[in-house]
Ligand binder design. Structure first.
Ligand SMILES: [Fe+2]
Length: 263
């Protein structure tokens, strides 16, 4: 296993729930990704049009199996395998609305943190205090709560929270998906657009809550070669997921009173 993260970085991730890698992408790579995102914008593709992104924007599609990121996530997963959950890409401009406090750990219902899920936030232009700042509550990944339990706090500072508003271009942040985070809207930026993408990964060993179209997404990823000559075909393994929409419906009917007694 390639050891690209130091033990100190791994320890820091486990304590705080995030890890900043400044200037991770070299500028030519970032530019290729940004060109793909400009084409997305010109074609009217929305940030959550996952199928369209994977089918038609290969620079974005290949981010799902970026070797240096996969090696680092492998270390954080303690050498176990994991699957790609979803990707998202958006070029944000002045006036971009914020995203109140929430987390993105995929579990129905939220009951434990036995297996690791991570998000990789990619800031191809870095952060500079305009458009939006990233807020994090370090350590909150250890608290089990609904994804929007603190949503009503909006973009307010919370006790112990930090604001990340300065990052070099091409920086990435690896987040434990259960860490509370928010994007606080900020004025400024003019005509400038900020290019942001994220991927996410789920540790093997349990079934995870997947999006409805995950089988199609994985098939397209494999057809487009995002597994890099089968080196990473395990990232696109649909058998690691259950259908979240269906399970959510079933759960709503059963989730009355003492759920533990119904196991
Ligand atoms: Fe989020």
């Amino acid at each position: 296993m390639e050891e690209l993260l130091s033990q100190q970085q791994i320890d820091s991730f486990e304590t705080d729930g995030y890890l900043v890698l400044e200037g991770y992408f070299e500028s030519q790579h970032s530019q290729r990704v940004k060109d793909d995102m400009d084409r997305m914008t010109a074609n009217g593709v929305r940030p959550n049009d996952r199928l369209d992104i994977l089918m038609n924007y290969p620079e974005l599609g290949f981010l799902t199996s970026e070797p240096g990121i996969i090696a680092r996530v492998t270390q954080l997963m303690r050498g176990t395998r994991f699957t790609h959950h979803h990707m998202h890409a958006s070029s944000q401009a002045d006036g971009e609305k914020g995203e109140p406090w929430h987390h993105d750990y995929e579990q129905l219902p939220q009951t434990n943190r036995s297996h690791l899920m991570v998000h990789i936030f990619m800031y191809f232009d870095g952060l500079n205090g305009e458009i939006g700042d990233l807020l994090l509550l370090p350590g909150s990944q250890r608290q089990v709560m609904d994804r929007r339990a603190l949503y009503d706090f909006g973009y307010a500072d919370l006790p112990g929270s930090i604001t990340i508003d300065s990052l070099a271009p091409g920086s990435i942040i690896i987040l434990h998906s259960a860490i509370l985070h928010a994007r606080r809207p900020k004025p400024g930026g003019g005509d400038y657009r900020r290019y942001f993408a994220n991927t996410s990964y789920c540790q093997d060993g349990i079934l995870w809550c997947g999006v409805d179209e995950i089988a199609t997404l994985n098939q397209v990823a494999l057809e487009r070669g995002y597994d890099r000559q089968s080196r990473y075909s395990w990232l696109f393994d649909t058998s690691q997921f259950y259908n979240g929409t269906k399970v959510w419906q079933d759960l709503k009917e059963k989730n009355i009173g003492s759920l533990a007694l119904k196991l």
